[in-house]
Ligand binder design. Sequence first.
Ligand SMILES: Cc1cc2nc3c(=O)[nH]c(=O)nc-3n(C[C@H](O)[C@H](O)[C@H](O)COP(=O)(O)O)c2cc1C
Length: 501
Amino acid sequence: MTSRSPTPPGHAVAPRALSADVESFYHLAHGEHTGKACQGTACFAARHFNPARWAEASAQDPRVYCLGECFAAPAKGQTHPRPPVQVFSRHGIVLGRVAAGGARSLAAYVQQGGYAALAAALQDPPEKILAAVDASGLRGRGGAGYPTGRTRRAVAAQPAGQKYVVANADEGDAGAYIDRYLMEDDPHALIESMILAGYAVGASQGYIYVRLEYPLAGTVLQAALAEARAAGWLGPRVGGKNFSFELEVYTGHGSYVCGEETSLLRSIEGKRPEVMARPPYPTERGLFGRPTLLNNVETLVNVPWIVTHGGAAYAEMGCGKSRGTKALSLNSLFHRPGLYEVEFGVTVRHIVEEIGGGLRGGGRLKGVIIGGPIIGVIPPHLIDTPLGFEELAAIGAGVGHGGVVAFDEHTSIPALVEHVFSFGAYESCGKCTPCRGGSGRIEEIFTNALGGDATRADFQECRDLVAALKLTSLCGHGTGLARFAESILRHYPTEIEPCFK
Ligand SMILES: Cc1cc2nc3c(=O)[nH]c(=O)nc-3n(C[C@H](O)[C@H](O)[C@H](O)COP(=O)(O)O)c2cc1C
């Protein structure tokens, strides 16, 4: 499902049909995920104590890694009522409207102050938005934590001409369902944010790359785009000003690696979405070779608040170099799974014990992953670490996307390693050798180890492959797998080493 909006003159058009070669890259065809057992990490954590159930789920082909139903894991299809949503920060910047029941229609959004930030911004030069985002200290919420103001300035500084803004709504990190509910329950917030981004950097065309596994988000966004267009917020002369902007939904094809920026842009172009080396960065040569601002959904939806209240008010919240708030999605092993907005600086313990209410059924925490499977695991003795980019990186973990997946005492760490490397191998784009071949080899060794058939030489081979992944991968998929493995070796050696005789 790719909607077509009028493409502004001079802009390239995303092809509707894929060539056979490109199609062969993707795992899922449209609708194929429906009714399938989810094989994501939150569902692993919820099924692991029943090996037969997990084996049945993991035998499915094509595989489905995360349906955004982690609050009700183990999940099969998108049939659950939405999870609880609460704001634990001074301001409900990202989840405020979602927590209040959502604002799907234009009327509901406008009634809650929607499009006021855009209307006000259009009275001023784009520099005012750029300066507010700089002052806010906002950093990318898609995983890398790059300063958003810097990315915007880099695109704005490119010579005037065709430029694009792209919302990364691929949300493939198993355990995360933040962007899903932002799009389903507050679609105009993303649309307003995209128009603001276009105005700030001088782009007149935008794409929202929505993952295939979120069909409702796509449908809701299409309806909201039609309303926004009818109200004059899209098209020529946005809000009656000398600025035109068009926005289109592009539906992904079920590939995790397409969340990586260069892969995502190639996917929209209809090319085989293998990761590309950088530089050049998308800010310089992005979509169709043109300067492109690519941001995560949550990153984008912070900006209307920043424009209205000023960057300094935003920067008042947070810790260290992590300013503002972060939305978190908690998995079903918590007593209170759901979506929560917190200020940076709260401790992981606060998230686990106070917000999540500890583990369901009195389970004991064995570890927690924040931000997807390809990131470091936080063991119980480190949960007093504050939520912050540098603070979590210092213990080998990360903020990632903000999906919080807890594991209880029944989780087998070698089985978790097998699961993560199985995911890594399945979703590798295949461009780098250690990622293409090495991740599958580590999965195989751990399968053997779980069957009691792995040697010390196999263990050394795993270590060598992890070192190669870390050193030579072109993108965060390979380096993230290495980071995950290193954290396991550091924190759970007594569970890993006895598996190798
Ligand atoms: C394998 C891989 C998968 C990724 N998946 C996503 C994703 O689903 N959503 C996202 O916003 N960023 C994802 N990223 C990060 C993007 O490459 C990029 O850094 C981000 O979208 C930039 O936006 P931000 O600065 O607003 O975070 C992924 C990166 C890698 C390496």
